[in-house]
Every structure is written in C-alpha cells, then in structure tokens.
Design a protein. Structure first.
Length: 283
C-alpha cells in the first residue's frame, strides 16, 4: 500500500510538471499566433493549435474585449488576457505541485512517526515478553568441587577431605536447608528461587573466604542446560563462583543485585564455545 501511495504522489507530480510545460508551450504558441495575426503572416504550421488558441481567445475576449489601432495594426487585449490566463494556470499547477509535495512530506512524516511508535511498542512488548520468560526461569543448580589446598596437601598434616566436605555441607544445610547429591568428587545442590540467589551467594562467598584447608570450585547454572554445568565443572575454576552466559543474563532480571558479574573467558570444547562469567563481590 505504501508503494502504491508513493506511486500516486509521483504520478501526480509528473502530471502537474507536464501541464506546466504545456502552459509554457501554449504561451509561446499564443505569442507567435498574435504576431502572425498582427503581421498577417498566415503561418500554416500553426494550424494544429489554432482551434485551441481561438477557443482560448474567445474566452479571453468575453473577459476583456478592448482593442485599439496603432500604425494600421489592430491591438486586441484579448491576447493579453489569454496570456494572463495561461500564466495563472501555470502558477496554479505550480501551487498544486507544492501542495502535493507538502502532502507527500506530511504523509511520510506521519508514516515515520507511526512506524517508530509501532516499533517502540513492539520492542517494549518483546522486552516484556523476554523479561517474563527470563523471570520464569527460577530453578538452578549449584555444583561445588573441592580439593585440599596445596599448603595442606602434605600427608603428615592428616587433612581428612571427607570430614571437611561434611563440615561444608553441614554449613550449607544450616543456611539453606538443602542437602546435596553426590556426583564423583562434586556436590550438587538444587534450588527453586533464582530471585533469592543473593542469599545463597552470601553463603557461598563465606565458604570461599573461610579458613578451611579446602579449595572450592563453585558453578551455578540456570535450569534447562545440563551440558553447560558439566562443562563448567570440568574447567575447575577453584576460588571462583562461575556460571555460563545465560545464567549471568538471567541475573540481570533480578530486582536487586548484591553482587556483580564479569566475564571470565571463552573456552573452546568439542562442539562449541562456552562463555564463562563469574560472580564477584561489589567493593
């Protein structure tokens, strides 16, 4: 429809331009016809336009029919009236062309504003839908992998990693009332409210900063992508709380943020790339 309307505007402007050219041509022919009649030249090649000029002169004569004799030649003001009619017609076409251009500009401006308003409304709707979809992702997994710190790894220190893990799990249970599932050398915790993750992060950062003889690699992943949590665990970023990009993105939609996120790096693996982020305390 838009292209059709533009074609109408284009056709109208072309038609008005053509009519203005016709008016200029008729003015030239009228001047030549006037000279022909004054001097009695009898130019036969004016015959193709003579019927039109005679009709125009008849109309002009009905408006103003004064004539006078000068040096044996009769000057009739109907020719001047006819010229004025043609000039006024050309000016009218020029005015109509200006009006059409004005209407076209008004149409394009209105359409631009409508499209901008529509795009703004659509973008707002998409943003709201995306936000609603992201906020619906509430379940998430925390995986903690432990190892004895190097400075406590000597056998004579007799560090019991199972005992230390039990102390860690007991501490987490006291804060969250969640018991872990054990997988290999890692502990898996399932949570249901991502909006309250800051409270869980408070606990996890206390573990990271504790004086326990263990190093902790803590991974967090929003529901829906078990492959990413497995890849995060394999990276074993000890001393950090890491997550994939989708989890970091989901965190942006929480109402409050007691922690900040930053990119930890891009990691290649067979079949793709993992963008890793980490939680950091706000200084």
């Amino acid at each position: 429809m838009h292209e059709f309307i533009l074609k109408i505007f284009g056709f109208t402007k072309s038609l008005l331009y053509f009519l203005r050219l016709v008016c200029v041509f008729c003015i030239l022919m009228l001047l030549l016809y006037w000279i022909n009649n004054l001097a009695s030249f009898n130019w036969s090649w004016l015959g193709f336009i003579k019927p039109f000029l005679d009709s125009l002169l008849a109309i002009a004569n009905s408006i103003y029919s004064v004539s006078f004799n000068l040096f044996g030649a009769v000057f009739e003001f109907k020719y001047l009236s006819a010229l004025i009619i043609l000039i006024l017609a050309s000016l009218c076409f020029k005015l109509l062309d200006f009006s059409v251009n004005l209407l076209e500009g008004l149409y394009l401006s209105t359409r631009f504003l409508c499209k901008k308003t529509e795009e703004k409304f659509l973008n707002k709707k998409l943003q709201n839908d995306m936000e609603k979809e992201e906020k619906s992702l509430n379940k998430y997994t925390v995986v903690i992998t432990t190892q004895i710190k190097k400075k406590f790894a000597h056998q004579e220190l007799h560090i019991n990693i199972d005992e230390q893990n039990k102390l860690m799990n007991d501490f987490i249970f006291s804060k969250t009332n969640i018991k872990p599932m054990i997988f290999s050398d890692s502990f898996i915790y399932k949570f249901k409210d991502f909006n309250d993750i800051d409270t869980i992060l408070d606990t996890l950062f206390k573990i990271l900063k504790s004086n326990a003889p263990l190093d902790y690699a803590i991974c967090i992943q929003i529901e829906g992508n078990d492959n990413q949590i497995n890849k995060l665990v394999e990276l074993k970023h000890f001393g950090k709380i890491t997550m994939a990009a989708d989890t970091a993105y989901r965190y942006r939609f929480n109402a409050s943020h007691r922690y900040q996120t930053s990119q930890a790096g891009l990691f290649q693996y067979d079949g793709g790339t993992l963008e890793v982020h980490e939680f950091k305390e706000i200084l």
